[in-house]
Every structure is written in C-alpha cells, then in structure tokens.
Write a protein that binds this ligand. Structure first.
Ligand code: UDP
Length: 329
C-alpha cells in the first residue's frame, strides 16, 4: 500500500482537478482516474493520469494493482439535473454501477478509505431551512437519487467489509484556483456563474434565468455557493480524519447563507463592472426552490474554515479564470 497515494476519480474535472492540487500541496500523490467524458487532459497537472472508465472493472483492477492507493476520492459522476430528468436510466447506470465497481475494486486491493462527493440534491426541497447532516433526504431527481444510493452503498460496505468513508454533501461549487492553474471549464456549460460570465463577456447573447415565480424573496431560486478551494480543503481534512480515527461520517459543506439568482447577477455586475444581459425564462424542471446547507459539523470535527467563500471572491476568482484560463484538450 502506497501510503501517500490517493486515487482521484474525476481528477480531470472541475472539482477533482482542484482536489489534486490540494492533495499534492498536502504531500500526497494524486492519481487521476478519468474517462475524459467531461474532464480535460490539460487539467491533470498535479500527479499521474490513468485514463479509464468506472464501467470497466478490469481497468480499475489494473489501476489499483499498479498504484496501490491508500485512499480513494470519488468525484467522477454525471451531475446535471436537467439531463437527469430527461434520461434517468443513464444516471442510475453511470453513477451507481460506477461507484459499485470502484468500491469493489478498492476493497479487492485492500484499500478501505473512501472520500465521496455527494450532494445536497439528495435532500430535495427545503425552503427556508438550513440543511444539516440529519435532515431527511427526499431527492427530487435521478441525479440526487443516484448519489443517495451511493451513500447507502457505502454504509452497507462499511458494515460488511469495514470500509471507512467520509461523505461530503455540497451543492453549488464556484470560483477557481486563485493561482489560475485550474478552473471551471465545462463543454457544454450549464452552471449559473460561468454562463453569466460568458454573457458578460459577450460569448453568449444572454443569461436565461430559470423561473421568476418561486416562493423566495425575489422569485428566483436560492442556492448556497461554496468556493472550490475551500471545498477541496475539506476533502483533504476528511482524508486526515480517516487516517487518524477511521469510521463513517457525513459532513455538509456550505456557508449557511443562500443567494438568489438575482443576487448573484447583482454581485457579478459589481465585481466585473459590466452589465449582465438577462432573459427572464421559465422554471427548469427538477430545480429545488432553495438549498442552503450548514457546516457546523465540518467546522467542529474537521477544523474546516472556509476562507474564500464570499460571493464576491468566488465571482472574482471565476472571472479571472474566465478571462485567462481554459483547456485545449
Ligand atoms: N440557473 C439559471 N440559469 C442558468 C443556469 C442556472 O437561472 O442558465 C439557476 C438554476 O435554476 C439554479 C441556480 O441558477 O437556481 C444554480 O444552477 P446551476 O445549474 O448552476 O446549479 P445547480 O443548482 O443546478 O446544481
């Protein structure tokens, strides 16, 4: 077992690439496992790369045998609510069987520490409530349901095989590495802040706001935005937690403060000093009205201290990356 080696699935993606940077800085060797379906080869900058698909158990076995990782950080997943509403089968198949193959490959190689990227989308709608780890989970779409199934799967393998896991539930991750080495780059882009920055920069005609008649303070959906750098710091702290004590624990990662889409637009105008071209559109099926999650447990038990998760800093970091950074391959 290579003590400092961590297999990072989805390491070529937005959050996974930032996690690799944080792991390297903390003295680990992050080995990226990614099928490049949505990730970028160029984003793998902090450790070795193994191209492969979670649907392929023999490829997974080969990678575990080669690197003997001490732990797994599992980010690889498909994660779009709209797509999950249209094509639930793909969400169940890719996310759930992918995780199952990964857990079985890890256990077969003797690796028992697992950090899992889950989501507040496992909660469904909870308007006005700050969600925590004990809130009841009633996901609204196949994306949230597939993540919830994986959480339960980890519990089963904890009981049967002594698998240790840290599960992080988070939702709206924003911003980019302050040093500009990696950032958010989805093709196609579906997320609010990068789409808004595209509209500001004239790369698309306008941002369409999905719904203005929600029961919120200004009619648009409320989300809790967390800076990607803070988020991945929590993942490294989660790994340390597994190394020191072992066990199974869920942590919510949010700021406890939600912002409406209109508030995010207003803040983007302030940060960039430019107008945001907006089209006021219909609701997007599957969207929760409001998702805000607290992080008391992560602060208390992991010593997590988000440092960059103000809306202004997240948008400023995303804007800097938007203007200078991108991937070619
Ligand atoms: N949103 C929007 N227009 C867009 C993309 C997103 O109004 O083009 C809204 C969406 O309805 C949600 C919030 O922005 O309330 C965040 O959406 P995003 O897709 O970024 O993340 P999600 O919350 O779906 O994970």
């Amino acid at each position: 077992m290579a003590d400092r080696t961590v297999l990072v699935t989805g390491g070529a993606g937005y959050i996974g690439s930032h996690a690799c940077k944080a792991l390297k800085a903390a003295g680990y060797v992050p080995v990226t496992f990614d099928n490049l379906s949505t990730g970028w080869r160029d984003a793998v900058r902090f450790g070795p790369f193994e191209q492969g698909d979670l649907a392929d158990p023999s490829r997974l076995a080969e990678v575990f045998a080669r690197w003997q990782p001490a732990a797994v950080m599992h980010f690889a997943a498909i994660s779009l609510v709209g797509e999950a509403m249209r094509d639930p089968g793909t969400y169940w198949r890719v996310n759930v069987t992918g995780a199952l193959n990964l857990i079985e490959a890890a256990l077969a190689s003797g690796c028992r520490d697992f950090v899992f990227s889950s989501t507040c989308a496992t909660y469904g709608d909870r308007d006005g409530v700050v969600l925590d780890e004990d809130a009841v989970q009633t996901p609204l779409n196949a994306y949230g349901k597939s993540k919830m199934a994986i959480e339960q799967m980890l519990g089963d393998f904890a009981a049967s095989h002594g698998l240790n896991s840290v599960i992080f539930r988070y939702f709206n991750v924003a911003g980019a590495d302050a040093e500009g080495e990696v950032g958010e780059f989805h093709r196609p882009e579906t997320h609010l802040i990068p789409l808004m920055l595209d509209a500001i920069a004239g790369k698309r005609p306008a941002l369409t706001v999905f719904g203005t008649d929600y029961p919120t303070r200004d009619g648009t959906c409320v989300r809790d935005y967390v800076h990607v750098t803070d988020l991945v710091d929590a993942h490294v702290a989660g790994l340390h937690w597994l190394e020191s004590g072992r066990g199974n624990r869920v942590f919510c990662l949010g700021t406890g403060t939600g912002f409406t889409v209109r508030e995010v637009i207003a803040q983007s105008r302030n940060v960039t000093n430019r107008e945001v071209p907006v089209v006021w559109g219909d609701r997007r099926p599957g969207d929760a009205v409001s998702l805000v999650c607290g992080s008391e447990r992560a602060r208390r038990e992991l010593g997590w201290k988000p440092a960059r998760s103000t809306l202004a800093t997240m948008i400023a970091d995303a804007w800097r990356w938007h203007q200078t950074g991108h991937y070619e391959t």
